[in-house]
Design a protein around this ligand. Structure first.
Ligand code: SAH
Length: 607
């Protein structure tokens, strides 16, 4: 029984809603709360108090005994905003009660128990079909009860508090089994079904064959990842319809590719028809795996020859490597997708200082493999090796992980036996650009001045090319204690083609706590003020300083001569914009600024 106690009219209203929703599970305790709370505490397994947490703490403090036997107590505030699990989170079921009450009253459940506060992924949010006692097993996970993992196939799960024993089980299986009590079945997409069909094979015949093959082999249709066949059959209506019915993609392979697959039951008929001795078995086996159902033919009631064949393969579990850009530093410049990938991982690989940046986002139990500066190759190898072992790995980098960062060394290592997911991040040039104004409004490049891995001649050639092409240039890795002459040299090359007054933006620690920035000029920049936490953006010949901001005009012709600018047209005929020249809303290009900053022909500016 759940005892309900309230003191005010608002509390009583919420209390009555709860009582009406759960008439058989609740009992209202009227009268002064100083009497009602102790009575309810003695008589009920759980309490919901529509009172301040402090008041409840004082009232129950003298009554508390043992967390295994005390009732679970939930407090709901006057405004009904929060349902706080106060005591008995696990034993008394207060965490679950807070969630249930929150759901009913529209209040946010507040749960401070360790495992709950950091969050366990909902079993129904893993992207796998799930069956069985989802509510019960989730509750057990949330309440920190032991839950066993029974993995019959390998699959890259996120960090989950799963052990080897427990009253509850999460079973990862592609078998056609029913969930036991206190068990959840997760269905990995481990099965590939190869199908072949003669022209005009009816959909029911193909589908009936596939379903019978799965049934006879004791396999679950929920684990079928794809229907596979030969290119020539990509439009065969019966196969297309069967894939649709099963809700899986139809994947096709060339006859050549299939002919190269070794199969137990080749035959002459498909060889003559489509150029491979096996369609069903070869298409199922082409990505490797274990042949669970060798080729079988459909059976027709009318005794006519079979028109369809199928074979079923269990593919090896594929690991997952997410290459995740964390953005320049600020938490709100970390994308929701990056956050989701961090929580999706069971292994995190990264530079120690970046790990610190996001440690609080990781799920408990995430294995963290951090290393110091300079260990790039090792980090890349580690991340790929973990993924190849079947884990869900997140490899992190600041800014964008593909920009002077971990993505390239990792993907240079990675073979096609793992899945790779890239999550873009806000790179330093963009973070700095937003702080400086609009320096990247026209063509621009990034150049790293680090000659640790790139010969200086190569870097210099690129700087020269950028100078000649009048590109806005952002220098990454501009200067360190050991590398102090490269930046002055690069600036000197640009100065051969740009005025001394060309605006230069210097941004240090963009979006971090100690961010600083300034706009100076090519001649006035003091390289000594630049370090490795900094990017330097040098304008092109059209870049101007306007109201303290760095602005590079976009260079479209209408900006040259505002008098003839087709701004009216753009306003009235927005569809007149072409794909090649997407224009910003006319309103965002104030005439005054475009007049102050006439676009020059880059060639004219280049000397
Ligand atoms: N992957 C990163 C770049 C790594 S190279 C990204 O996409 O941003 C490291 C260089 O990036 C540093 O030397 C510095 O020049 C630049 N950098 C990275 N983060 C920065 C920030 N928050 N502010 C300024 N510069 C930054």
């Amino acid at each position: 029984m759940i005892g309900l106690i309230s003191a005010t009219a608002a509390g009583a209203a919420a209390r009555d809603r709860l009582a009406a929703a759960w008439p058989d599970r609740t009992r209202v305790y009227d009268g002064p709360v100083a009497d009602a709370v102790p009575r309810a505490f003695a008589e009920c397994g759980q309490l919901v108090c529509f009172l301040a947490a402090g008041a409840v703490v004082r009232l129950i403090a003298p009554l508390l005994g043992d967390k295994r036997t005390d009732p679970g107590v939930v407090c709901v505030d006057e405004a009904g905003r929060f349902a706080v699990s106060l005591v008995g989170g696990h034993g008394g079921g207060a965490n679950e009660l807070a969630r249930a009450v929150g759901g009913l009253l529209g209040a946010e459940p507040v749960v401070t128990t360790a495992t709950d506060a950091v969050g366990v992924p909902g079993l129904d949010t893993l992207g796998l079909p799930v069956e069985g006692d989802v509510a019960g097993v989730t509750r057990a996970l949330l309440d920190g009860e032991p839950v066993a993992l029974a993995a019959e196939v390998s699959w890259p799960l996120p960090a989950l508090p799963l052990g080897t024993r427990g009253a509850y089980t999460v079973r990862l299986t592609d078998r056609a089994v029913e969930p036991a009590e206190r068990e959840v079945l997760l269905r990995p997409p481990s099965l590939a079904v190869g199908v072949g069909a003669s022209k005009g094979a009816p959909a029911e015949e193909v589908l009936g064959l596939v379903e019978a093959a799965l049934r006879d082999a004791g396999l679950s249709a929920a684990s079928v990842a794809e229907l596979a066949t030969v290119d020539a059959k990509s439009g065969e209506p019966g196969i297309v319809a069967a894939a649709e019915h099963l809700g899986v993609p139809l994947v096709t392979y060339s006859a050549e590719e299939l002919a190269a697959v070794e199969v137990p039951n080749p035959s002459g008929a498909p060889l003559a028809a489509v150029g491979t001795p096996s369609v069903a078995e070869a298409a199922a086996l082409v990505r490797g795996g274990e042949l669970l159902v060798p080729k079988r033919k459909s059976q027709r009631a009318d005794g006519r020859p079979a028109m369809a064949t199928c074979a079923v393969v269990r593919r090896p579990g594929r690991g997952r490597l997410a290459v995740v850009g964390l953005g320049p530093g600020a938490r709100d410049l970390l994308t929701p997708r990056a956050e989701a990938e961090l929580r999706r991982a069971s292994v995190l690989v990264g530079l120690d200082q970046y790990v610190d940046q996001i440690r609080d986002l990781l799920r408990p139990g995430t294995r963290i493999l951090e290393s110091g500066l300079g260990a790039e190759e090792e980090r890349a190898r580690t991340a790929v090796a973990e993924a190849r072992r079947g884990a869900a790995v997140a490899l992190i980098g600041s800014g964008d992980a593909g920009v002077y960062a971990m993505a390239s060394p990792a993907l240079a290592e990675a073979s096609d036996d793992i899945d790779v997911v890239g999550v873009p991040g806000v790179t330093a040039a963009l973070a700095a650009g937003a702080i400086l104004g609009a320096p990247l409004g026209h063509d621009h490049v990034s150049i790293s001045l680090s000659d640790l891995h790139t010969p200086w001649e190569v870097i210099e050639r690129r700087v020269r090319a950028a100078a000649e092409a009048d590109l806005v240039v952002t220098f990454y890795n501009p200067r360190s204690r050991g590398r102090d002459w490269q930046l002055p040299k690069a600036l000197a090359i640009l100065a051969e083609h740009r005025e001394p007054a060309t605006p230069v933006g210097v941004v240090r620690n963009a979006s971090r706590a100690d961010e600083s920035s300034r706009v100076t000029t090519l001649s006035a920049l003091d390289p000594a003020t630049v370090d490795m936490m900094t990017v330097v953006t040098v304008g092109n010949t059209a870049t101007r300083r306007i109201a303290g901001r760095m602005v590079t005009p976009r260079g479209y012709r209408w900006q040259q001569d505002p008098g003839t600018a087709p701004q009216e047209e753009a306003r009235t005929v927005p569809h007149a914009r072409t794909q090649e020249e997407p224009q910003e809303e006319p309103g965002t290009a104030p005439l005054e600024e475009t007049q102050e900053v006439p676009q020059r022909d880059p060639q004219e500016g280049a000397r």
